[in-house]
Write a protein that binds this ligand. Structure first.
Ligand code: ADP
Ligand code: AMP
Length: 215
């Protein structure tokens, strides 16, 4: 199974991703996580990416496409993969199509999770992430069993630097101008699945499974 998760920041891509990866036994590849890891480790990639993440702008296509290409060539992608947060521009999408055609591994589905903008702002500014396992919580909509502590691994929770109001506004604007056009692109390829994201987390998951599982 080869899938991409589309949808604006805060739609619930990361929340759904691990469950889907486990269900289909495929690797979860999040470009945002890759950039945050590189920034934390102060690698050359991290140094290049940091200013873009801080501003809520997209990391340039050549850099982003480079890391995804390298990742998709690894053997663990043979069974399938779930791309979360990539592609985010038309150039990335077109390059991905070409890359996967060359590898003989075309996409099976593009999952577009829809949530309205007001809700997205509330989700993003209240998000908390586990420092150890990366699980996402929300202080109101999806609180951890114990405040400040991950319910899955016990790790400490933190707020992402880019989950402040000003950067979130910009990320949503960037999404609308640069990423939303991909919905049309994948509709044209006849692999788009629109999912209502403003529902309970388990219901969103069930809807995604129903949409992508062959009948
Ligand atoms: P994305 O990866 O698309 O940016 P996340 O999965 O990190 O989004 O979710 C953003 C925030 O919204 C998190 O705080 C998460 O706990 C919360 N969230 C995710 N899905 C739902 C849902 N179905 N209902 C309510 N809150 C949700
Ligand atoms: P995310 O974790 O998906 O919310 O992404 C966080 C940030 O990482 C974004 O605001 C961008 O700065 C950067 N980023 C993640 N994925 C991409 C991508 N496909 N193209 C460009 N920048 C990206």
């Amino acid at each position: 199974m080869r899938l991409i998760l589309l949808g604006p920041p805060g739609a619930g891509k990361g929340t759904q991703a691990q469950g889907l990866a486990d269900h289909f036994d495929i690797v979860h590849i999040s470009t945002g996580d890759m950039f945050r890891g590189a920034i934390k480790n102060q690698t050359p990639l991290g140094l290049k990416a940091k200013a873009f993440l801080d501003e809520g702008e997209l990391v340039p296509d050549d850099v982003t496409i480079g890391i995804v290409k390298e990742r998709l060539e690894k053997n663990d992608c043979d069974r399938g993969f779930l791309l979360d947060g990539f592609p985010r521009t038309l150039i990335q999408a077109e390059t991905l199509t070409e890359m996967l055609a060359n590898l003989g591994k075309p996409l099976d589905g593009a999952i577009n999770i829809n949530v309205d903008r007001i809700k997205l702002m509330a989700r993003l500014t209240g998000r908390r992430i586990c420092r150890h396992c990366g699980a996402a919580y929300h202080i109101v909509f999806n609180p951890p069993p114990k405040e400040g502590e991950c319910g899955k691994c016990g790790g400490p929770l933190y707020q992402r630097d880019d989950d402040n109001e000003a950067t979130c506004e910009n990320r949503l604007n960037v999404y609308e101008s640069q990423t939303a056009p991909l919905i049309e692109y994948y509709a044209g390829q006849e692999i788009l699945h629109n999912i209502q994201g403003d529902q309970e987390i388990d219901k969103v998951f069930a809807d995604i499974l129903a949409a992508v599982t062959p009948q």
